[in-house]
Design a protein around this ligand. Structure first.
Ligand code: NZQ
Ligand code: ZN
Length: 389
């Protein structure tokens, strides 16, 4: 294993009723003005909003609302939130939602106290983070990104056509409250997309060196089998508490840095999907579903041993009677079949991308991952886009 230092400062409150039980006490040590940040209004439809506002009001908090955080949050929205936080002297930012709300809140927590341009200094390139951001906490309403327990924030700069993520440990939320019941109302398409995002995070970590037996890969295999099992079960019964609990915690486990310890990590598919998102605003998990099988057919020869292991240990494929090549490819095929089974798209066209979209320009704008089994070129990424079309 490679050397590592591990730290994760986010306190997790998990389970049915956790918000009611712990929110007031978790906020007690903070000042009175709480910015309640959320998305397009799902929390009003399912009633989570009213539950939280009641708790805040009863705790004597002044609530400053910041709504309308869109999927694939933009830098403009971050600046709007930071301006409001400064104007209202907000003491605490409480984000209620999925990955988009959480990511936007992390960037707001920086922009609300930083004098310069956070895009230029922290997203355009990795920055030196030597100040305290505004304190944040999350109430998670959708399982997927794992943003609740890391410092990652993926922001889209619309003017520049760049969607990029940075992980600053100082952006870890002080706490995250995770009530699986809150995820029951997530639309089926988003539940599936979020679950595929979880699987993708684990695969992007697993398919990278080191390849010797190691704790991270062992945990990853168990998590992948779990996501596959739990998503199938959630599709049958979306209100199965145990299943939704598992999915929610699998999402966190995939992105709370634990399985990344000692691993190089790939995330080339994420780099490609983020740029597709920057240009077309496509759904994150759906974009990943389209790209993964095609990308893996490009790299499996360089990561042969791991792809064989994936086929056997994750999909239960028997190696008997198969050449190494056939076995490695059988795992990728099983992944593709699963994507079909759960109703995710397999082509860029299904994401609304047309032949008018300049795939070459998007390919040229993608970062090249140093962790891929095979060093990609922009030309090869363009080929992957064309094959995915
Ligand atoms: O906006 P509202 O009305 O709340 O509706 C949302 C949104 O339409 C809805 N939703 C969430 N909880 C719900 C619900 N609807 C009904 N009931 C509920 N309980 O779901 C829709 C999607 O929400 P969003 O937050 O956009 O999805 P997701 O959690 O997949 O986040 C996607 C964003 O996170 C980034 C992605 O790139 C994308 O921008 N990522 C962040 C990462 C990180 N910080 O670690 C890692 C990921 O790889 C990813 O890149
Ligand atoms: Zn992701």
């Amino acid at each position: 294993m490679n050397n590592f230092i591990f730290e994760n400062s986010t306190k997790i409150y998990f389970g049915k009723g956790c918000v009611k039980e712990y929110l007031a006490s978790a906020l007690a040590r903070h000042g009175n003005t709480v910015m309640l940040a959320y998305g397009g209004g799902s929390i009003k439809k399912n009633g989570i909003y009213y539950e939280i506002v009641d708790i805040l009001k009863n705790a004597g908090k002044i609530v400053v609302e910041f709504s309308g955080i869109m999927s694939n949050p933009t830098y403009a929205k971050v600046l709007e939130g930071a301006e409001l936080a400064k104007k209202e002297n907000v003491d605490f930012i409480l984000g209620v939602g999925g990955g988009s709300v959480m990511d936007c809140c992390k960037a707001i927590s920086m922009a609300a106290v930083y004098e310069g341009d956070i895009w230029e200094d922290f997203w355009a390139r990795p920055g030196i983070f030597d100040f305290e951001p505004a304190p944040i906490g999350f109430i998670v309403t959708a399982a997927g990104t794992g943003s609740e327990m890391n410092g990652g924030a993926v922001i889209t700069n619309e003017k520049m056509n760049i969607k990029t993520g940075r992980d600053y440990p100082r952006c870890n939320a002080e706490f995250a409250m995770m009530d699986p019941v809150y995820t029951y109302s997530v639309p089926k398409a988003q539940m599936v997309s979020g679950s595929f995002d979880i699987l993708s995070h684990i695969m992007e970590t697993y398919f990278s060196v080191c390849d010797e037996e190691n704790v991270s890969d062992d945990i990853s295999e168990a998590l992948m089998r779990g996501v596959i099992r739990d998503l199938r079960a959630a599709l049958k019964d979306p209100e199965d508490y145990n299943v939704r609990s598992n999915l929610m915690w699998e999402a966190t486990m995939a992105e709370n840095r634990i399985i990344k310890l000692g691993k190089k990590c790939d995330f080339q598919c994420h780099q490609m999907e983020h740029q597709l998102g920057a240009y077309t605003d496509c759904n994150h998990g759906m974009g990943l579903a389209v790209l993964h099988p095609v990308y893996y057919r490009h790299i499996y020869k360089e990561g042969h041993a791991k792809f064989k292991r994936f086929a056997v240990n994750v999909w239960g494929i028997s190696p008997q009677g198969k050449s190494d090549e056939e076995l490695a490819l059988a795992g990728v095929e099983a992944l593709e079949d699963f994507i079909k089974e759960i109703g995710l798209p397999l082509t860029l066209r299904e994401l609304g991308i047309t032949d008018k979209t300049d795939l070459r320009e998007i390919a040229e704008s993608c970062n090249l991952s140093p962790g891929s089994y095979k060093k990609m070129s922009h030309e090869e990424i363009y080929q992957i886009f064309k094959e995915s079309f």
